[in-house]
Design a binder for this molecule. Structure first.
Ligand code: SF4
Length: 178
């Protein structure tokens, strides 16, 4: 089984659908557009201070599944950082754990000790947070994917995790009928 690092700590039911019925996903064009614009804004921001290049796709095999993905950028200066960009409509008190976990996996895949989570809030505001690789967070992330694998093997749909995110969920049309 091949999972994507960006699924980490998502609603387990969403990840189950993503793996088992990828053809039924309904993408929101506005969210995709906002993500692309955020990457462009982040690129311009980073380019003022660093030489910036795109990360490559990576994949690593664990017992029973593999994990694939790539960070957004590597910013190279006197020191180098792996950068993951997130687009938000509003400023949170702190970044979501799933974002940090995703970046943490990319640090592991690229063998970086630290990275930068760069949030583009609204059309232009930027918040950056430097994080160090966290082995305990990686362990918890792998447990998440092991659990997902178990649901898939058992063909058991995980319980719904109702939250504000259901409104934007790309599988809400499927989730609602189960
Ligand atoms: S609608 Fe909510 S509970 Fe259902 S899959 Fe999406 S995020 Fe999970």
């Amino acid at each position: 089984m091949r999972f994507h690092a960006s699924w980490v700590f998502q609603c387990m039911r969403w990840s189950y659908f993503k793996y088992t019925i990828p053809e039924k996903e309904r993408f929101d064009p506005l969210l995709i557009k906002a993500g692309k614009e955020a990457e462009e804004i982040a690129y311009r921001y980073l380019s003022k201070r660093y030489k910036v290049k795109r990360c490559k796709n990576r994949e690593i095999h664990f017992k029973g599944f593999s994990l694939a993905g790539r960070g957004d950028f590597i910013a190279m200066g006197s020191d180098s950082h792996l950068v993951e960009v997130k687009s938000s409509k509003w400023l949170r008190d702190k970044p979501e754990l799933r974002w940090l976990a995703q970046l943490n996996i990319y640090l592991f895949l690229e063998n970086f000790e630290s990275g930068i989570l760069l949030e583009v809030i609204g059309k232009s505001a930027i918040r950056t947070m430097k994080i160090r690789f966290n082995p305990e967070l990686l362990r918890k992330s792998l447990l998440y994917f092991s659990s997902l694998k178990q649901y898939i093997v058992r063909e058991e749909i995980p319980k719904a995790r109702h939250s504000y995110r259901c409104k934007y969920c790309s599988y809400r049309h499927v989730c609602a009928i189960r």
